[in-house]
Design a protein around this ligand. Structure first.
Ligand code: ZN
Length: 331
């Protein structure tokens, strides 16, 4: 059942990244796997007139079902129009780990895929990425590659430590593979526990401040491949009010520390033109649901607690496009 993303009304990342690099902002890549998340993303991005990348991991694809996702993405495009503004929407595979998964996603209407060969040797990463690019470009689908490994947990992949991207490798990797964008490792991290408290310092109010991102590495990379679209994964800020609400209402999250929004704001003004945010959405939804379960023990209709959770998510996403990524008004 091969279908082209073009028939679903989706776009690839090419034009979006070009404009984002020139305009010094970043496109949000928000992960989703259910209807409420998709609605919140589309509502927020239509309201703030932001282009958006709807992002699905391999695990989320298994969870939601590939056929449903294809229609949900098509639905997102139509929904945006119905809400009154035709924003550009990309459907992107996050952390594709095999050629076959990327191929299957392209056949099911994805307009962009990531092939993450960063856990392989450099040569194997080049070969795998090249193979995906050759296939994807036949269908005008954009491809994101990765050099360097982020610490943290992403679906089933766990890495203990960062392996920062080596600026000496990027030019060779980009030219040999033909990728359209490159995910790099400069200190962002997957999951809601990006740093251990002992890696952080405390400010006057006792708030934990994580170690800064390695902007020096980013600058080196920009010198090697000027104007080339760079991607940051693991860029949730882990808002402490959500962590508190979760823990005040029966949750037990420990050492939840994210990337300060000022650092992401700074990154968005550089060659970084795609910023991935997943954990913040999970936290917003969970905080809202936990709070409502305690406040309204009599509720049992999922709409009663998923509705406010969707509203909270929408607020979070709108905040990101306006105040963090600078993508608001760019659609
Ligand atoms: Zn990632």
């Amino acid at each position: 059942m091969a279908v082209s993303y073009k028939d679903l009304g989706l776009v690839n990342t090419k034009e979006l990244f070009k404009k984002a690099t020139e305009g010094k902002y970043a496109i949000p890549a928000f992960n989703f796997n259910n209807m409420e998340q998709m609605q919140a993303i589309v509502q927020a991005c239509v309201e703030t007139k932001s282009p958006v990348i709807l992002q699905v991991s391999g695990g989320a694809r298994k969870y939601a079902n590939q056929t449903l996702l294809r229609y949900m993405a098509q639905g997102a495009v139509e929904y945006a129009k119905e809400l009154g503004y035709n924003i550009p929407i990309v459907l992107h595979l996050d952390h594709g780990d095999t050629f076959e998964l990327c191929q299957s996603c392209i056949e099911y209407g994805f307009s962009s895929v990531m092939i993450d060969g960063s856990h392989h040797s450099y040569e194997e990463n080049v070969a795998l990425t090249r193979k995906v690019v050759e296939y994807a470009h036949k269908y005008d689908v954009s491809v994101e590659g990765e050099l360097g490994v982020l610490a943290g947990i992403e679906d089933d992949v766990v890495a203990e430590h960062h392996t920062y991207t080596q600026p000496e490798e990027v030019q060779d990797f980009v030219s040999k593979t033909g990728v359209d964008s490159l995910a790099i490792s400069i200190g962002t991290s997957h999951g809601a526990n990006k740093f251990k408290p002992d890696q952080c310092t405390r400010n006057a109010e006792g708030i934990l401040i994580p170690p800064p991102l390695r902007f020096d590495i980013l600058e080196e990379i920009e010198k090697k491949i000027p104007g080339f679209p760079i991607v940051l994964h693991g860029s949730s800020s882990v808002p402490q009010q959500y962590v508190k609400t979760i823990n005040d209402n029966g949750g037990n999250l420990k050492d939840s520390i994210g990337i300060p929004e000022e650092e992401l704001r700074r990154a968005a003004k550089s060659a970084v033109c795609k910023i991935n945010i997943d954990s913040d959405g999970r936290l917003a939804m969970t905080a809202s649901i936990r709070e409502n379960f305690i406040l309204h023990p009599e509720w049992f209709d999922p709409r009663q607690y998923l509705g406010p959770a969707r509203e909270e998510l929408k607020k979070l996403y709108a905040h990101k496009t306006v105040n963090v990524l600078g993508s608001a008004g760019k659609a």
